[in-house]
Each structure stands twice: as C-alpha cells, then as structure tokens.
Design a protein around this ligand. Sequence first.
Ligand SMILES: [Zn+2]
Length: 183
Amino acid sequence: MPKDVILQEDIEHETCPLCHKKSLILTERETEVPYFGKVYIFSMTCSNCKYHKADIESIEQKDPVKYEFKISSEDDMKVRVVKSSEATVKLPHLATISPGPAAQGYVTNIEGILNRVKYQIEAAREMEEGEEDKKKAKNLLKKILNITWGKEKQKIIIEDPSGNSAIISDKAIKSPLKVKGIQ
Ligand SMILES: [Zn+2]
C-alpha cells in the first residue's frame, strides 16, 4: 500500500460487467492529493478478461472547473494532474482525451498525460493504412518527444463539469467552467 493511502478496501470475486465471470476486483481507496484535498479512487479490474475501469472523486463538493497550463520545460513533466472520467483534456493541435463511459479517472502528472496520448497515437498508427496518416502520426509522436524534453511548448486545457480534476501548479490558470443550464 503506498504511503499516501489513508484507507483501502478490496472486494474480490465480484461479477464482471463484460465477461460475467466472478473475477472482478473492486478497489476503493481514500488518499490525499497535496493542494487538492482528499479523494476517493475507485477501480474495477477483471482478472479474466482484463476489463478495467477507474475513477476519482473529490470528497469535498467542487464546482465546474477549467485549468490551463503551458508546458514549457522538462520540469513541467512532474506537475501533478488529477483527471476524472468526466474531464475533457485538450492538447491543441495534438490530441483530445474525451470523457464518457469508457473514460478513466486517475491521478498522474503531465508526463503521464503525454504518455497516454502517445499510446493512443501509436495504437491508431497501427490501424492506419495510408502513408499520409502514418506520416502524420510519426510527426505527432516526434512533437510529444520534443515537449517531454522541453524543446517545444504545448498548452494543456482540462475542463471538468464535475470539478474533480486539477492541474496542481502555481503556473496553472484556474477558472470557473461555464456549464450549459447552470448560471
Ligand atoms: Zn471480465
């Protein structure tokens, strides 16, 4: 158990929503994210079909939020990011991580976000037939590498109507997110 975990509960032999075998492990953890507060981390992992779903929820009620951050150095890779499954992560001209039932929630850092985008692009490249699209993917991967090394600047925007996301840095610009139907 990592030292920042306050409480952890595992429930084994639950029914998997995908393969319906009793091989699902539910994990609920309570942990403290510095400068954000206490959070619950839920995860479901099936040992049979490898189904995995994770999400994060702040214990304290939060308002819809938008964070903007400019990645400009190698040090920025270590900046903590809390991302719930309801968040949209935008990396303009690079990629977007969309919310939805298949979206995951997690605590990571800028490097972790870039790695996920990298895997997404690599997986998409494997499926591509056209040379043009393969070349485009190659250029995006090169761009990510340059951002990781602090050679290229990149803006990152996180919008979360649930308020359960954050970019934890003095350089991050936090503002209220305008949600349709809410004043
Ligand atoms: Zn399963």
